[in-house]
Design a protein around this ligand. Structure first.
Ligand code: RIB
Length: 342
C-alpha cells in the first residue's frame, strides 16, 4: 500500500526539486467531443443559441492519459477508435501528444466514440451525452496483446467507458503482474464485488459512490458511510471526490479530507479526469497517497479554468504554483482507524 497512516495534517507543495517520472498505463476511451457553452441548459424541446462551440479530443481514457503525462508521468495510452475521420483525428492527435507510446486499435464495425457536451452556469457545470461506439468493442485478444505494457507499468489506470469484459481482463492481467490498479468508476456501470476486490484504489465521485453503495453521498459524513460500506466489500483504498467540498480519502488504516482549491471555473469538463490522471502520475512517482491526492486537487482546480477536455490539462508546474499560492490548504487526517495498522 502506498498510503500513509497517521494523524495530523500535511500540505503545501512537494519539497522534491526534481520531477520523478513513474510509468502509467491508461486503458480507456477516446471520444470526439463537441463542447457548447450556453447561458443555461436547454429545456426538452427547446432550441437555444450557444455562446461558443468547439470540437476537440476527449474521452475519459484519453483525458486521464493526457493529465498523467502533463503531471509528470511517462504514459502508455491504450484505446480503440473507428475506421473513420474521427478515428484518424484521434490517431493524429494522440501521436503528437507526447506519450511514451500509444496502442490504438481500430474497429471496422463501430464508429469512433463521441460526446455532446453542454457547459452552462456560474460553476461551468456540464451535461454530457456519450456515444461510446468503438470504445465498447475491445476484444480479449486485444487486451492480451497489451499484457507486456501493463506488466511494465507502475500503475494501470482505467475508467468504465469501455466494455466491462475488457476492463476486467486488463485489471486481472495487471494484478497478476503486480501492477498497482486504479479504477475511476465513470461513467457508472454495475461492477461485481469480485472486481472491486481486485483493485488497489477506487476513485468514485459522489454520484458514483451513491450508485456503488445505495447511500446518498452529498457531504463528508455520507461519504464516510459509503467508504465504510465499500471497505466492508473488500475495497482497500478509495477517494470519493465531492466537487466543491473536496474529497474524502479512506483506507483501511486512516481517513483524511482533501481540500478543494479556489478556481475561476470556465469549463468543468474533464475535471474528474484531471484529478485521476494527476493522482496516478504522482503515485507512480512514489508520492504518498494523501500528498498525491492533494496535488490532484490543485491540478483539477487549474483544469476547470480552461475550456475543453484533453486540451485543458495543466502542466505539473501549474498545479505546484496553485499549491504554493494556498499553503494553508492541507490534508487533514480525521480518524485513525487502527493503531496496530500504523
Ligand atoms: O469526463 C469528460 C469526458 O466524458 C468527455 O471528454 C467526454 O468525452 C466523456 O467521455
Amino acid at each position: 500500500a502506498r498510503g500513509r497512516a497517521g494523524a495530523g495534517a500535511t500540505g503545501g507543495a512537494p519539497v522534491r526539486e526534481e520531477l520523478m517520472k513513474g510509468k502509467v498505463c491508461v486503458f480507456g476511451s477516446f471520444n470526439l467531443d463537441i463542447v457548447t457553452k450556453m447561458s443555461r441548459f436547454p429545456l426538452p424541446g427547446e432550441s437555444l443559441v450557444a455562446h461558443s462551440s468547439m470540437m476537440g479530443p476527449g474521452g475519459k481514457g484519453s483525458n486521464q492519459a493526457t493529465a498523467a503525462l502533463r503531471a509528470g508521468a511517462r504514459v502508455h495510452y491504450i484505446g480503440k477508435v473507428g475506421n473513420d475521420d474521427f478515428g484518424q483525428f484521434a490517431r493524429r492527435h494522440l501521436e503528437k501528444t507526447g506519450f511514451d507510446a500509444i496502442t490504438l486499435f481500430t474497429c471496422k464495425e463501430k464508429p469512433t466514440g463521441n460526446a455532446m457536451i453542454y457547459v452552462a452556469g456560474d460553476d461551468a457545470e456540464n451535461m454530457i451525452s456519450v456515444y461510446p461506439g468503438a470504445n465498447l468493442t475491445v476484444t480479449t485478444a486485444e487486451v492480451n496483446r497489451c499484457q507486456p505494457t501493463v506488466a511494465a507499468a507502475d500503475i494501470l489506470l482505467v475508467q468504465l467507458e469501455n466494455n466491462l469484459s475488457a476492463i476486467q481482463r486488463m485489471v486481472r492481467n495487471a494484478r497478476q503482474a503486480g501492477t498497482y490498479v486504479i479504477v475511476n468508476p465513470a461513467p457508472w456501470q454495475k461492477v461485481s464485488a469480485a472486481f472491486l476486490k481486485n483493485i488497489d484504489l477506487l476513485t468514485p465521485n459522489s454520484t458514483e459512490a451513491s450508485q456503488l453503495t445505495g447511500i446518498a453521498v452529498k457531504d463528508y459524513a455520507s461519504a464516510q458511510r459509503a467508504a465504510e460500506a465499500l471497505h466492508a466489500t473488500g475495497v482497500r483504498q478509495l477517494i470519493i471526490t465531492l466537487g466543491m467540498q473536496g474529497a474524502l480519502l479512506s483506507t483501511e488504516k486512516y481517513l483524511a479530507h482533501i481540500p478543494v482549491y479556489p478556481a475561476q471555473p470556465v469549463d468543468s469538463t474533464g475535471a474528474g479526469d484531471s484529478f485521476n490522471g494527476a493522482l496516478a502520475a504522482r503515485l507512480a512517482a512514489g508520492e504518498p497517497l494523501e500528498q498525491a491526492a492533494l496535488f490532484a486537487s490543485a491540478y483539477a482546480s487549474v483544469c476547470v479554468e480552461r475550456a475543453g477536455a484533453a486540451n485543458a490539462m495543466p502542466l505539473y508546474s501549474d498545479a505546484i504554483a496553485r499549491m504554493q499560492q494556498y499553503p494553508e490548504l492541507t490534508v487533514t487526517f480525521v480518524e485513525q482507524v487502527s493503531a496496530e495498522a500504523t
